[in-house]
Write a protein that binds this ligand. Structure first.
Ligand SMILES: [Zn+2]
Length: 437
């Protein structure tokens, strides 16, 4: 496997999140030159910094206001795994996840695309178990709004997001991460569309017969086959966004050629800064922009900071016995063993790997903006899918730190609006236009 193992690149953060949060809070004041918004300090009616604060802290107040005014959309979080496997109630403030409704409000996040993710190693690369696992996650997201209509609104369109944000509620959207659950049936694409899914990446870390992944050897030589191209055309026809995060380079170029609609990367960074297969080359970023699409930057330090992944791999080798022991001891359903292993990883990474500041995430935004302009960049945190976070972005509550750093670098409010959600709204509207449903 190149660069990362299937079990470690997609880890779940959980019980040890408070440890990481504390570490993040300590580092935050250094990383943002005082313009920081600490987790838990920001609420809807109360700016993070007091008016009497001066210098950098006054800027933080402006950042908080600008952040709040924007419609903020996160294109990728894996929280649903915790809902179905651990019974996490994300309507309450949790310490076992990186995202919940309370911290979404604190972080000024208006809309979340929840990843519907079938782990192929447990549920197969197709077949009834993969379908059932995807359906279970979809039902869990739909249940959010059924059970808490005062908090959540199910959303499938740009207009839904705008309306939900104006009502002060949270929009719940869904994207399929990897096409395993379509089970090589074209009609499944329409079925997931009707269930509310609005984007799909053809693969996660494992290749399929019809699309290659960046995460395995098959993917090195595999692009889209005829069926894969039909899947892309069907997504275009329905108005489902095509996501290139995780696909192999060959598949990437086949998708760009096959898609008649804008293409997005829901959670990928720049190889020009961190050269890992999950990130995009400058040519790929230009190609996405040419389709009218958007690259959404991901917070995982391995995809943010050059060399971090190698350090992580070395540490993984060292902590392997600890991780395996945690897996053996874990009881429970679904992903319980993986979650237990990932908790050990998260604790060890927080303690022993170099902290990556928010500024490094913004370096990726800068890189994309320099290549193709501010119209083609967005945010896809991968919260609850990652075992490590940048210092100052340890949970969704700290999202305003991203805005503070953008403003510090001279981005205007209009730019910030585009990056936080405006660009994605534009792409959604374009993909929705002319869709045959
Ligand atoms: Zn992913």
């Amino acid at each position: 496997m190149p660069v990362f193992s299937s079990t470690t690149n997609r880890a779940k953060a959980c019980g040890l999140a408070p440890l990481a949060a504390r570490a993040g809070a300590l580092l935050l004041s250094l990383s943002l030159n005082g313009c920081h918004v600490q987790e838990g300090k920001l609420t809807t009616n109360e700016p993070a910094a007091t008016p009497r604060a001066s210098g950098g802290r006054a800027a933080a107040s402006d950042a908080a206001t600008i952040h709040r005014r924007a419609i903020a959309i996160d294109m990728h979080a894996d929280t649903v795994q915790f809902i179905i496997d651990e019974g996490a109630d994300i309507n309450r403030r949790l310490t076992t996840t990186q995202l919940d409704a309370v911290r979404m409000r604190e972080g000024g996040l208006d809309a979340q695309f929840f990843s519907i993710w079938v782990e192929p190693q447990f549920y197969g690369r197709g077949g009834p178990r993969a379908v059932a696992r995807a359906d279970e996650q979809i039902n869990a997201i739909r249940a959010l709004a059924d059970e808490h209509p005062e908090t959540w609104t199910p959303a499938t369109t740009a207009a839904d997001i705008r309306r939900t944000a104006s009502e002060g509620k949270l929009a719940a959207l869904m994207g399929l991460e990897g096409g395993y659950a379509i089970d090589e049936k074209l009609e499944s694409v329409g079925r997931y569309y009707r269930l509310g899914v609005r984007y799909m990446s053809p693969t996660w870390t494992y290749s399929l017969s019809w699309a290659g992944s960046s995460g395995d050897a098959e993917g090195q030589v595999r692009g889209l086959n005829d069926f894969g191209r039909k899947v892309i055309h069907e997504m275009n026809r329905l108005g489902m966004l095509v996501d290139v995060s995780h696909v192999s380079d060959k598949t990437f170029w086949d998708i760009v050629e096959a898609s008649a609609k804008p293409v997005i990367a829901t959670h990928s960074n720049c190889r020009g800064i961190a050269n890992v297969p999950r990130n995009l080359t400058d040519e790929m970023i230009r190609a996405i922009a040419k389709t009218g699409g958007v690259v959404c930057v991901v917070f995982y330090p391995g995809f943010v900071e050059p060399g971090w992944m190698e350090k992580k791999d070395a540490l993984d080798a060292e902590i392997k016995p600890l991780v395996e022991e945690a897996g053996r001891k874990a009881v429970g359903r679904g992903s319980a063993k993986r979650i237990a292993r990932d908790r050990v990883r998260e604790r060890e990474y927080a303690a022993r790997l170099p902290a990556v500041p928010v500024a490094r995430v913004v370096d990726h935004i800068d890189h994309i903006v320099r290549l193709v302009g501010v119209e083609h960049v967005g945010v896809g945190s991968d919260f609850d899918g990652i075992q490590a976070t940048p210092a100052g972005l340890s949970s969704v509550a700290e999202l305003p730190n991203l805005t503070a750093e953008l403003l510090r670098r001279g981005y205007s409010e209009e730019d910030v609006d585009k990056i936080l959600g405006g660009n994605i709204l534009r792409v959604m509207e374009e993909v929705e236009r002319g869709a045959e449903r």
